[in-house]
Design a protein around this ligand. Structure first.
Ligand code: AMP
Ligand code: MN
Ligand code: MN
Ligand code: MN
Length: 276
């Protein structure tokens, strides 16, 4: 059985390694099929594809699209898209365009909360002038001693209700699925166990995702417990969705799950790669 890892990030969004270095590391860890899924971005895929060819890894061209659904942020992983597709790349450029203004506002909000210089500090961590993310703020806030770990920074400063949080409107669910399909890809709802909703709302989200044409649920993810693997496998079976797995790896020392170190999908699901 080939080893799949269908969700990770590079310096083209909020990861710490270049696309070529991510591919090399995945190859070392025994990954056979890797998807690079930078946030709202396709620009790392050409480099990843060349590196994958040299390393004997199959590269799946991907991205992770930011969506607003019912007031919360939801991520949709695109798998197997054509990186040259104009509809998708223009749409992603639209999603990215609000990020710079939002970053300034996050800096202002943190300044109001007594933390000066966060915007400038975050910008020192940005690795692509096309994309600034909350992750870059989080790295700076850890460096500046405002929290010990990334997850503490998010919990204290960068999530809804916290002083550095700035509400933002991303794409809609149906737009994201439509763009992914237009580019020939499959749409996967990322780490569904992470959204701040109750069981009923989560079912509504997954059902709406399916009804709008979504293809798969990311069942195995470091954001999920083992019990949740089973729960999301059941959701996938009931809704007729396929199942995916991804480490959501961002860099050495920063991620709960190493590239390729993923448990098998639970029995009884149809893998997202069934027809690849
Ligand atoms: P953004 O797209 O700018 O809103 O940033 C979202 C990114 O922040 C995610 O892709 C994660 O990489 C990171 N993130 C969100 N929540 C957490 C958390 N609790 N701990 C660590 N990283 C997080
Ligand atoms: Mn990220
Ligand atoms: Mn995500
Ligand atoms: Mn991710």
């Amino acid at each position: 059985m080939p080893r799949y890892d269908l969700h990770c990030h590079s310096t083209h969004s909020d990861g710490l390694l270049t696309p070529a270095a991510v591919v090399a590391r995945a190859a070392e860890r025994g990954v056979d099929v890797l998807a690079l899924t930078d946030h709202d971005e396709l620009s790392g895929l050409a480099e990843a594809r060349d590196a994958a060819r040299n390393a004997g890894v199959t590269l799946i061209c991907g991205s992770e699209l930011s969506v607003t659904w019912d007031g919360i942020t939801v991520h949709i992983v695109a798998l197997g898209i054509d990186p040259a597709n104009a509809t998708l790349s223009e749409a992603l450029s639209g999603i990215r365009s609000g990020r710079s203004t939002r970053a300034r506002r996050i800096g202002d909000a943190l300044a109001d909360a007594g933390i000066q210089g966060a915007y400038e500090g975050a910008m020192r961590y940005v690795t692509s002038e096309r994309l600034v993310s909350r992750t870059h703020f989080a790295r700076y806030l850890v460096e500046a001693g405002h929290a010990r770990e990334m997850k503490d920074v998010f919990a204290r400063y960068l999530t809804p209700g916290k002083p550095g949080h700035v509400a933002h409107h991303w794409a809609t669910l149906s737009q994201a699925v439509g763009w992914i399909h237009a580019a020939g890809g499959q749409a996967v709802i990322a780490h569904p166990g992470r959204y701040p909703v109750g069981a009923r709302e989560l079912r509504r989200l997954l059902t709406e995702f399916r009804d709008t044409g979504g293809d798969a649920i990311e069942v195995v993810s470091p954001s999920h417990t083992r019990a949740q693997y089973g729960e999301f496998a059941t959701h996938a079976r009931i809704l007729g969705l396929r199942a995916s797995c991804g480490s959501d790896w961002h860099g050495p020392g920063e991620s709960a799950m190493e590239l390729g170190a993923l448990p098998d999908l639970p029995a009884g699901v149809v893998p997202v790669w069934q027809d690849w």
